[in-house]
Design a protein around this ligand. Structure first.
Ligand SMILES: Cc1cc2nc3c(=O)[nH]c(=O)nc-3n(C[C@H](O)[C@H](O)[C@H](O)COP(=O)(O)OP(=O)(O)OC[C@H]3O[C@@H](n4cnc5c(N)ncnc54)[C@H](O)[C@@H]3O)c2cc1C
Length: 469
């Protein structure tokens, strides 16, 4: 049977996986990759799925979020993970690859696929309503296309720069040292507050000032010219002893009822902390917490060391570290449905880091979902949503209209997110032991994903007319 072709723009981690899944479903693909005629500031080769920095896909054990994501992708016969397994190099507990062999093999695999037509050129037009297409142009989308995307989504819904604060796993906080309150008791007490004495504040400030900075790439240096509303926390620390206390660490208007009478001036002056770090929910249940105003250029190891000095955060587990770098990403919860289709143009999909996922395997997962769903669409079948209990599903639902937190907080801006157990729904029965809980997440996910795969496969059934590669 002849199916309409699907256009895939970008042959990175997401586009490579998407193109392969679509072609393997018996649907022809036109794949556009701008390299080598135009290169991004981070890529160095003309191969597909180039790993621009580290060669690691993260922990391999499926009782870790990264490992479970890889396991789920394996069940779906992901080309990216299959190739990573083939060219794995010893890396302790991580899945790391020989990057050159990895990308070369993927390029060859797509080049020889009879249903994939490769166009080595920049695609700078938005696909029309009559085409089925996947945009997978990554964090360094070409300027021309990025401009078109902005016209399509609205200027505030496509970002070029990521200035994000760290995100912490809620259960790793010491709740005896923090308190819940909103400034001046306005609305629900939706913040967790970490009070600091002057002694701790001064020491903390010293460490921030002297903390080791991440090495910015040449192309990132221009965006590190801070704009005043969004200074890195270490820069605020540098500007003066009091600057952070008049900024994100302001204690005024925040009071713990355990400290006694707020109206009693003597008591207030005695008990009021010198500074307060605020943590804000990043999801409905508060399993993930954002450190308010802590965008930073500090090295990740330094963030861990220094931020753990904050009362209540001594054992904080960081899901995502703070960053300030160039990153083209969409305000996805407002633009995409959980099938990765644009809400305003159903024939158009997005996948990979441009949707606000983070990491190589997460980009492959987006490519897999968009690829499977684009194939279903060509066959006049309904695109599907991955179950929330899986790592793929929880992440794709987070970066889409299924994100309940963004649906109810219209003026909150969206920040990219890696795969994490913090996004997965709770188990029916609470398991206190972390290792056992993660093991239970894994078992639940693997069971569900096998069942889900059967449904998707039967929906795509007629692909068997094409030999599997
Ligand atoms: C400097 C830097 C370092 C990073 N380090 C890591 C790391 O160590 N670990 C990690 O997991 N993640 C890292 N990332 C994030 C990483 O980019 C993603 O994890 C992953 O590459 C995203 O996959 P993707 O397919 O969405 O984008 P990409 O892999 O970037 O693929 C996008 C592709 O689209 C092409 N393209 C862009 N515009 C067009 C156009 N208009 N027409 C045709 N082709 C186009 C690009 O050439 C590219 O091949 C890093 C990102 C950057 C920028």
């Amino acid at each position: 049977m002849d199916y309409p072709e699907v256009k895939v723009i970008g042959a990175g981690l997401a586009g490579t996986e998407a193109a392969w899944q679509i072609a393997n479903a018996g649907v022809p693909v036109k794949l556009f990759e701008m390299r080598p005629s135009i290169s991004s500031p981070a890529h160095h080769t003309d191969e597909f799925a180039e790993l621009v920095c580290s060669n690691s896909f993260g922990a391999i054990s499926p009782d870790r979020a990264a490992g479970l994501l890889q396991a789920e992708l394996r069940i779906f016969n992901s080309l990216i993970i299959k190739t990573a397994d083939k060219f794995a190099v010893p890396a302790g507990g991580a899945l790391a690859v020989d990057r050159s062999k990895f990308s070369k093999a993927l390029t060859e695999e797509l080049e020889k696929h009879p249903l994939i037509e490769i166009h080595r050129e920049e695609n700078y037009n938005m696909p029309s309503q009559s085409e089925i297409a996947v945009i997978a142009t990554g964090p360094l989308t070409s300027k021309k296309l990025a401009k078109e995307i902005r016209l399509f989504t609205g200027i505030d819904s496509c970002h070029f720069y990521d200035a994000a604060s760290p995100i912490i796993l809620g259960e790793s906080i010491d709740y005896d040292l923090v308190f819940k309150a909103s400034r001046y008791d306005k609305g629900d007490p939706s913040y967790l507050n970490c009070p600091m004495s002057k002694l701790i504040y001064d020491k903390f400030r010293d460490e921030l000032i002297n903390g080791e900075q991440a090495q910015l790439k040449e192309f990132e240096k221009e965006s590190a010219n801070f704009f005043e509303g969004c200074l890195p926390i270490e820069e605020l620390a540098r500007r003066g002893c009091e600057t952070m206390r008049y900024g994100p660490l302001k204690s005024i208007g925040l009071w713990n009822p355990d400290w006694g009478d707020l109206q009693d001036k003597q008591n207030r002056l005695k008990k009021r902390p010198y500074a307060i770090v605020q943590l804000r929910k990043e999801d409905v249940d508060g399993k993930l917490l954002n450190m308010v105003g802590f965008q930073t250029n500090l090295k990740w190891s330094e963030q861990k060391r220094i931020f753990r000095m904050i009362p209540g955060l001594a054992n904080a587990e960081f899901i995502r570290f703070g960053v300030m770098h160039r990153n083209t990403f969409l305000e996805s919860p407002r633009l995409l449905s959980p099938t990765l289709q644009f809400i305003k143009q159903n024939s158009l999909f997005a996948a990979g880091q441009i949707t606000g996922t983070e990491g190589y395997a997460a980009a492959a997962a987006g490519g897999l979902l968009a690829g499977l769903n684009a194939s279903l669409l060509t066959k006049n079948k309904k695109p599907m949503i991955f179950p929330d209990e899986t790592i793929i599903g929880s992440l794709m639902n987070y970066v889409s209209g299924n994100n309940k937190y963004f649906a109810s907080h219209r003026n909150k801006s969206f920040q990219p997110m890696p795969a994490s157990f913090g996004l997965i729904p709770n188990l029916d029965k609470r398991i206190r032991d972390k290792k056992m809980r993660y093991e239970a997440y894994k078992e639940r996910s693997i069971k569900i994903i096998h069942e889900f795969k059967k449904i998707i496969s039967s929906n795509l059934e007629d692909r068997l007319c094409i030999p599997r590669i």
